[in-house]
Design a protein around this ligand. Structure first.
Ligand SMILES: [Fe+2]
Length: 408
């Protein structure tokens, strides 16, 4: 609802746009090597498969022959989760993607997905994007996952999404049966019936509610993680921040700060490169933007505009164990200058089979009522080469977004 010139009411609060992003929800990489990437993200990092979606039927006709399909390899999208959200990390084939979409150069990232607070915020956000002349890529309801969404592109061609209402996977570990999904390629008139109501109607129509996918991957669980046996000596309890290289910082800031409404926490000038850190909630940053010119100074992979995708593990002990576990399995680990991850004292970057960097960390500074980051003078020295056995407590240690439910 518009309440004044350029003001919108969201839940009784006047905002500059008709939605407020609450957190990063999910993220997608496109892979040139699906088999090794699935192994890396599922068997090594512990993401659990919630559903797959076959894309071969959408390919151009000349690619739908048995010979051509064999040449392409795996044509499915893999939806994976670390918690109860139906998906938090998605993996798709880069080769299939190139046939389906004319991406800009070096786009290996899709679905930078931001959760907003309500279905109304998605619907109003969609109309607002439209009114600002922003190209809308897709709107409606996801299948699988059921989240209502509106997709737009950032200036470098990466899809961003505002969404509400992703399916939660419960104690049975099973996804919603595909018969419950409807093809909905538009946002509904509001108000809409609740999810509970929809499931009730499906059950009444005779659909078997227990028929959804449940992954059969069950690796030997021999590591004690907080008193629970898991297949890795750590548990991913959160995703983000995402770090992106951008071709034009001013344009990127218009998109992430002014259009999506992420708040700038801090800027860092590193070797003359202006780096900007933005947050969605109380974390120091969930999105970081770096000029593409930083690539050469850091020796980054030339095939992608992504600098890194981060996974947060349960605690400092798990972080150290995770790095040792990955090194033991032949994963290359590298460090980047600590100034490029302000608010994170301890982290390391694992290199995935496509050369993407996956930042592992356990704790990030939290931003309080005044919206200000911790002053540099009272930041602990970021000496990544020498990690102590144990850490001092800090006011925001163990604070921020919490993981809900059992770890495995
Ligand atoms: Fe999505």
């Amino acid at each position: 609802m518009t309440v004044g010139a350029n003001e919108y009411e969201v839940g009784g609060v006047r905002l500059k746009r008709p939605f407020r992003i609450r957190r990063l929800g999910h993220f997608q990489f496109m892979s040139e090597n699906m088999r090794d990437s699935l192994h890396f993200y599922q068997r090594l990092l512990g993401f659990r498969l919630s559903d797959t979606l076959e894309l071969s039927g959408r390919l151009p006709a000349e690619w739908r022959t048995p010979l051509k399909l064999a040449e392409l390899g795996d044509t499915k999208i893999y939806f994976n989760r670390h918690g109860s959200d139906h998906h938090s990390f998605v993996l798709g084939s880069a080769r299939v993607r190139r046939l389906l979409r004319n991406d800009k150069a070096k786009v290996t990232v899709s679905q930078i997905a931001w959760q907003v607070g309500s279905l109304r915020e998605v619907a109003q956000g969609h109309s607002w994007f439209d009114s600002k002349g922003i190209e809308l890529f897709r709107s409606g309801r996801d299948k699988p996952g059921s989240n209502w969404h509106s997709y737009i592109w950032d200036p470098d061609g990466h899809t961003n999404e505002i969404f509400y209402g992703i399916d939660q996977i419960g104690w049975q570990g099973a996804s919603k049966p595909f018969q419950l999904y409807k093809n909905i390629a538009a946002l509904p008139d509001l108000p809409h019936v609740s999810d509970y109501h929809e499931v009730h109607e499906a059950a009444a129509a005779g659909i078997e509610l227990g028929g959804g996918y449940r992954t059969e991957i069950l690796d030997a669980a021999s590591y004690d993680v907080g008193g629970v046996l898991l297949a890795q000596p750590f548990k991913v309890v959160g995703i983000g921040p995402i770090r992106m290289l951008v071709r034009d910082m001013a344009k990127a800031l218009v998109f992430y700060r002014d259009i999506l409404g992420l708040r700038v926490t801090e800027e860092v000038l590193w070797k003359g490169h202006r780096c900007v850190f933005l947050r969605a909630n109380t974390e120091h940053h969930s999105m970081a933007l770096y000029p593409e010119s930083i690539r050469a100074d850091l020796g980054l992979d030339a095939r992608t505009m992504n600098l890194s995708f981060a996974v947060r593990v349960g605690d400092y002990r798990q972080l150290r164990d995770a790095i040792a576990f990955l090194i033991d399995r032949g994963v290359q680990i590298r460090q980047l200058p600590a100034e490029l991850s302000p608010g994170i004292a301890y982290s390391a970057f694992a290199i995935d089979p496509d050369g993407h960097l996956v930042q592992l960390y356990h704790q990030m500074d939290q931003i309080g009522w005044d919206g200000q980051p911790r002053r540099t003078a009272i930041r602990p020295p970021a000496e990544h080469a020498a990690w102590p056995d144990t850490l001092d407590d800090t006011p925001d240690q163990f604070c921020g977004e919490q993981y809900l439910g059992p770890v495995g």
